[in-house]
Write a protein that binds this ligand. Structure first.
Ligand code: ZN
Ligand code: ZN
Ligand code: ZN
Ligand code: ZN
Length: 227
Protein backbone atom coordinates (compact mmCIF):
# COMPACT_ATOMS: atom_id res chain seq x y z
CA UNK A 1 0.00 0.00 0.00
CA UNK A 2 1.28 3.45 -0.87
CA UNK A 3 2.21 5.63 2.07
CA UNK A 4 -0.73 7.87 2.58
CA UNK A 5 -0.25 11.60 2.59
CA UNK A 6 0.36 13.32 5.87
CA UNK A 7 -2.22 15.89 6.85
CA UNK A 8 -1.17 19.51 6.70
CA UNK A 9 -2.14 22.63 8.56
CA UNK A 10 -1.37 26.34 8.63
CA UNK A 11 0.80 28.36 10.95
CA UNK A 12 -1.61 30.97 12.42
CA UNK A 13 1.14 33.57 12.44
CA UNK A 14 2.30 33.46 8.81
CA UNK A 15 -0.27 31.22 7.07
CA UNK A 16 2.33 28.83 5.67
CA UNK A 17 1.05 25.28 5.25
CA UNK A 18 3.09 22.35 6.56
CA UNK A 19 2.94 18.89 8.07
CA UNK A 20 2.83 18.34 11.81
CA UNK A 21 6.56 17.79 12.16
CA UNK A 22 7.33 20.62 9.73
CA UNK A 23 5.38 22.98 11.96
CA UNK A 24 7.08 21.72 15.11
CA UNK A 25 10.34 22.99 13.60
CA UNK A 26 8.89 26.04 11.83
CA UNK A 27 7.18 27.52 14.88
CA UNK A 28 10.53 27.85 16.64
CA UNK A 29 11.81 30.20 13.99
CA UNK A 30 8.69 31.73 12.39
CA UNK A 31 9.51 35.47 12.15
CA UNK A 32 5.84 36.48 12.50
CA UNK A 33 5.50 34.40 15.63
CA UNK A 34 8.61 36.02 17.03
CA UNK A 35 7.08 39.45 16.34
CA UNK A 36 3.89 38.46 18.17
CA UNK A 37 5.97 37.23 21.11
CA UNK A 38 8.04 40.41 21.20
CA UNK A 39 4.85 42.48 21.27
CA UNK A 40 3.35 40.33 24.05
CA UNK A 41 6.53 40.58 26.09
CA UNK A 42 6.09 44.37 26.32
CA UNK A 43 3.22 43.79 28.79
CA UNK A 44 3.89 44.30 32.48
CA UNK A 45 3.98 41.44 34.94
CA UNK A 46 6.28 38.52 35.50
CA UNK A 47 7.66 36.23 32.85
CA UNK A 48 6.63 32.62 33.01
CA UNK A 49 7.55 29.49 31.10
CA UNK A 50 5.38 29.06 27.99
CA UNK A 51 5.21 25.53 26.62
CA UNK A 52 4.92 24.54 22.98
CA UNK A 53 2.86 21.35 23.11
CA UNK A 54 2.43 19.06 20.14
CA UNK A 55 -0.83 17.15 20.45
CA UNK A 56 -1.75 14.22 18.23
CA UNK A 57 -4.22 11.36 18.16
CA UNK A 58 -2.68 8.12 19.38
CA UNK A 59 -3.91 6.21 16.33
CA UNK A 60 -2.49 7.41 13.00
CA UNK A 61 -1.47 10.93 13.95
CA UNK A 62 -3.60 12.51 11.20
CA UNK A 63 -5.23 14.78 13.73
CA UNK A 64 -2.93 17.16 15.57
CA UNK A 65 -2.59 20.54 17.24
CA UNK A 66 0.28 22.83 18.09
CA UNK A 67 -0.57 24.69 21.28
CA UNK A 68 1.23 27.22 23.39
CA UNK A 69 0.30 26.80 27.04
CA UNK A 70 1.04 28.78 30.18
CA UNK A 71 3.29 27.04 32.69
CA UNK A 72 0.97 28.20 35.47
CA UNK A 73 -2.11 26.63 33.87
CA UNK A 74 -3.13 23.12 34.91
CA UNK A 75 -3.74 19.76 33.30
CA UNK A 76 -7.43 20.43 33.96
CA UNK A 77 -7.22 23.42 31.59
CA UNK A 78 -5.64 21.16 28.96
CA UNK A 79 -8.27 18.47 29.52
CA UNK A 80 -11.05 21.06 29.06
CA UNK A 81 -9.46 22.27 25.85
CA UNK A 82 -9.06 18.78 24.39
CA UNK A 83 -12.66 17.96 25.25
CA UNK A 84 -13.90 21.12 23.55
CA UNK A 85 -11.87 20.88 20.36
CA UNK A 86 -11.87 17.11 19.88
CA UNK A 87 -13.47 14.78 22.34
CA UNK A 88 -16.56 15.63 24.35
CA UNK A 89 -19.56 13.46 23.56
CA UNK A 90 -21.26 12.69 26.86
CA UNK A 91 -19.06 13.63 29.79
CA UNK A 92 -16.88 10.54 30.10
CA UNK A 93 -13.98 10.30 32.53
CA UNK A 94 -10.49 11.19 31.37
CA UNK A 95 -6.94 10.89 32.68
CA UNK A 96 -3.36 11.95 32.06
CA UNK A 97 -0.40 9.64 32.59
CA UNK A 98 3.13 9.05 31.37
CA UNK A 99 2.61 5.95 29.27
CA UNK A 100 -0.82 4.42 28.72
CA UNK A 101 -2.95 2.12 30.84
CA UNK A 102 -1.09 0.62 33.76
CA UNK A 103 0.76 3.80 34.59
CA UNK A 104 -0.32 6.12 37.39
CA UNK A 105 -2.72 8.99 36.91
CA UNK A 106 -1.24 12.44 37.11
CA UNK A 107 -3.63 14.66 39.07
CA UNK A 108 -5.54 17.21 36.97
CA UNK A 109 -4.59 19.92 39.47
CA UNK A 110 -0.91 19.60 38.51
CA UNK A 111 0.58 22.65 36.80
CA UNK A 112 1.95 22.42 33.28
CA UNK A 113 5.39 23.59 34.46
CA UNK A 114 5.43 20.81 37.06
CA UNK A 115 4.80 17.98 34.60
CA UNK A 116 6.39 19.06 31.34
CA UNK A 117 9.91 19.70 30.22
CA UNK A 118 11.09 19.51 26.63
CA UNK A 119 10.80 15.92 25.42
CA UNK A 120 8.25 14.76 28.02
CA UNK A 121 5.17 13.12 26.52
CA UNK A 122 1.90 12.55 28.33
CA UNK A 123 -0.90 10.22 27.33
CA UNK A 124 -4.44 11.52 27.67
CA UNK A 125 -7.27 9.01 27.65
CA UNK A 126 -10.85 10.15 27.25
CA UNK A 127 -13.62 7.61 27.90
CA UNK A 128 -12.42 4.36 29.50
CA UNK A 129 -14.82 2.29 27.34
CA UNK A 130 -14.60 3.51 23.74
CA UNK A 131 -11.30 5.23 24.43
CA UNK A 132 -9.78 8.15 22.56
CA UNK A 133 -6.05 8.28 23.16
CA UNK A 134 -4.16 11.55 22.69
CA UNK A 135 -0.43 12.13 22.99
CA UNK A 136 0.82 15.49 24.26
CA UNK A 137 4.51 16.24 23.91
CA UNK A 138 6.44 19.31 25.02
CA UNK A 139 8.61 20.27 22.05
CA UNK A 140 9.83 23.66 23.18
CA UNK A 141 9.61 26.18 26.00
CA UNK A 142 10.19 29.90 26.12
CA UNK A 143 10.34 32.32 29.02
CA UNK A 144 8.05 35.32 28.61
CA UNK A 145 4.47 36.58 28.42
CA UNK A 146 1.48 34.74 27.00
CA UNK A 147 -0.14 35.68 23.68
CA UNK A 148 -3.62 35.41 25.16
CA UNK A 149 -5.43 35.78 28.48
CA UNK A 150 -6.58 32.17 28.10
CA UNK A 151 -4.50 29.22 29.32
CA UNK A 152 -3.88 28.05 25.74
CA UNK A 153 -3.14 29.65 22.38
CA UNK A 154 -3.77 27.59 19.24
CA UNK A 155 -0.80 27.94 16.86
CA UNK A 156 -1.76 25.33 14.25
CA UNK A 157 -4.19 22.53 13.57
CA UNK A 158 -4.47 19.87 10.86
CA UNK A 159 -6.84 20.45 7.97
CA UNK A 160 -9.48 17.79 7.49
CA UNK A 161 -7.82 14.57 6.33
CA UNK A 162 -8.70 13.87 2.71
CA UNK A 163 -10.83 10.78 2.81
CA UNK A 164 -12.42 9.29 -0.29
CA UNK A 165 -15.96 7.99 -0.63
CA UNK A 166 -15.89 4.20 -0.55
CA UNK A 167 -18.36 4.07 -3.45
CA UNK A 168 -16.94 6.58 -5.94
CA UNK A 169 -13.59 8.17 -4.89
CA UNK A 170 -15.11 11.64 -4.48
CA UNK A 171 -14.11 13.44 -1.25
CA UNK A 172 -16.06 12.03 1.68
CA UNK A 173 -18.02 14.28 4.00
CA UNK A 174 -20.08 11.66 5.84
CA UNK A 175 -19.49 8.59 7.93
CA UNK A 176 -21.68 5.48 8.26
CA UNK A 177 -21.09 3.67 11.56
CA UNK A 178 -22.97 0.58 10.43
CA UNK A 179 -20.46 0.11 7.58
CA UNK A 180 -17.63 0.30 10.11
CA UNK A 181 -19.09 -1.91 12.82
CA UNK A 182 -20.99 -4.48 10.76
CA UNK A 183 -19.21 -4.61 7.41
CA UNK A 184 -15.62 -3.62 8.21
CA UNK A 185 -15.73 -0.85 5.59
CA UNK A 186 -14.33 2.66 5.93
CA UNK A 187 -17.88 4.04 6.06
CA UNK A 188 -16.73 7.16 4.22
CA UNK A 189 -19.35 8.65 1.90
CA UNK A 190 -19.65 11.64 -0.42
CA UNK A 191 -22.75 13.86 -0.32
CA UNK A 192 -24.49 11.94 -3.06
CA UNK A 193 -23.79 8.46 -1.72
CA UNK A 194 -24.67 9.52 1.82
CA UNK A 195 -28.10 10.60 0.59
CA UNK A 196 -28.95 7.22 -0.90
CA UNK A 197 -27.08 5.07 1.66
CA UNK A 198 -29.25 2.18 2.88
CA UNK A 199 -27.98 1.78 6.46
CA UNK A 200 -29.78 3.17 9.49
CA UNK A 201 -29.14 0.78 12.38
CA UNK A 202 -26.62 3.18 13.90
CA UNK A 203 -28.48 6.28 12.77
CA UNK A 204 -28.10 8.17 9.50
CA UNK A 205 -24.57 8.78 8.20
CA UNK A 206 -23.03 11.53 10.33
CA UNK A 207 -21.02 14.54 9.17
CA UNK A 208 -17.26 14.04 9.12
CA UNK A 209 -15.72 16.53 11.52
CA UNK A 210 -12.09 17.42 12.13
CA UNK A 211 -11.60 15.24 15.21
CA UNK A 212 -10.04 11.84 15.91
CA UNK A 213 -13.20 10.94 17.81
CA UNK A 214 -15.54 11.30 14.83
CA UNK A 215 -18.14 8.53 14.98
CA UNK A 216 -16.93 7.11 18.30
CA UNK A 217 -19.77 6.92 20.83
CA UNK A 218 -21.82 8.96 18.35
CA UNK A 219 -19.40 11.91 18.39
CA UNK A 220 -20.38 14.40 15.67
CA UNK A 221 -18.55 17.56 16.64
CA UNK A 222 -18.61 20.50 16.56
CA UNK A 223 -14.83 20.02 16.95
CA UNK A 224 -14.21 23.76 17.20
CA UNK A 225 -11.72 25.40 19.54
CA UNK A 226 -13.26 26.81 22.76
CA UNK A 227 -11.38 30.11 22.31
ZN1 ZN B 1 4.74 30.80 10.68
ZN1 ZN C 1 -19.96 9.26 24.81
ZN1 ZN D 1 -19.60 8.69 -3.47
ZN1 ZN E 1 -23.31 2.04 5.75
Amino acid sequence: MARKQQTKGKCVFCDREMTRSGLARHLRTCPQRQEAINAANQASGEDQPMYHLQVQDGWAGDYWLHLEMKGTATLKDLDRYLRAIWLECCGHLSRFSIGGWGSDDIPMSRKIAQVFQVGVELTHIYDFGTSSVTLVKAVDVRQGKPLTRHPIFLMARNEMPEVKCMECDQPAAWLCMECIYEFNETGALCDEHAREHPHGNYGEPMPWVNSPRVGMCGYDGPATPPY
